[in-house]
Design a protein around this ligand. Structure first.
Ligand code: GLP
Length: 261
């Protein structure tokens, strides 16, 4: 795992967008794993700009989102399908048929989850998975005690997650209590992962996930086991990290990041 600290949330989202753009240029049929949440809105604004101003094309890209609420159809404005169409898919040249999210209103949830795993492997696996982090340390909706080997399945949401996300609903009471999410094992199978987190509210959980022990109590700590995971954060989310001087040095000196400085 490596950590990159940038001055603010715009710079952090901009770096993630540039890494995605380079990955798409290098492999036009990239299989891209995507995330939702407020943090990602800045990232998608940047990606749309890279498409409209710099001609980055998503025409042959396949996308797989981490999760979807159980019980919300695609048309529901609170669904993650609606979020993705609005913030990214409708504004770039991706083929909607190549964009995948779990179906939250599937008759048979277990069958839908197994099918989602099959669709990922039929595409050759995820090349680059983008992750956010919830206050419980979840990636996707892998709440505490999610097994490190877990695959796509329905998961009950914690009270903290309901408190974090329900303000996004017109009526907070309407927020579903369950979601379909890729498992921690599904995420660990991606060839490369980038976790983006910004803001002081994330400082505590980032320190636990990055520098604390690997534990199923904090699913994001599983990323310490991943062979190629970059955590990209802003200064406010970095305040509780012990090794921040080292992380700053890495970005300034490692050849891999030269073209992004
Ligand atoms: C939801 C998603 C997570 C995401 C989290 C962060 O819970 N399921 O994948 O990481 O939101 O949300 P925010 O960026 O709004 O803090």
């Amino acid at each position: 795992m490596e950590v990159i600290i940038l001055p603010d949330s715009d710079a952090a989202a901009g770096l993630v967008a540039n890494v995605i753009a380079d990955a798409v240029r290098a492999k036009p049929n990239l299989v891209l794993g995507l995330a939702t949440g407020r943090t990602m809105e800045r990232l998608y604004t940047r990606l749309v700009r890279l498409h409209t101003e710099d001609g980055v094309s998503f025409a042959n890209v396949h996308t797989f989102n981490l999760d979807e609420y159980v019980g919300l159809p695609a048309e529901d404005k609170h669904s993650y399908r609606h979020y993705m169409n609005e913030h990214l898919f409708d504004q770039v040249d991706v083929d909607l048929a190549n964009t995948h999210l779990p179906n939250g209103v599937a008759d048979e949830i277990d069958t839908e989850c197994a099918d989602y795993e099959r669709r990922i492997s039929d595409c050759g696996g995820i090349d680059l998975q983008i992750l956010g982090i919830g206050n419980t340390g979840h990636i996707g909706f892998n709440e505490p005690l999610s097994a490190m080997y877990s695959r796509t399945r329905a998961k009950a949401l914690t009270p903290q997650t309901i408190a974090q996300n329900s303000p996004l609903f017109d009526n907070p009471e309407d927020m579903p209590r369950r979601a379909i999410t890729m498992g921690v094992g599904t995420i660990l199978d991606a060839r490369r992962c980038i976790l983006l987190a910004t803001g002081e509210a994330k400082a505590g959980i980032i320190a636990e996930a990055v520098e604390g022990p690997v534990t199923s109590m904090i699913s994001a700590s599983a990323m310490q086991l991943h062979p190629k995971c970059t955590v990209i954060i802003d200064e406010s989310a970095a305040t509780k990290l012990k090794q921040h001087e080292y992380y700053r040095w890495l970005f300034e000196n490692e050849p891999e990041w030269e073209s992004y400085r």
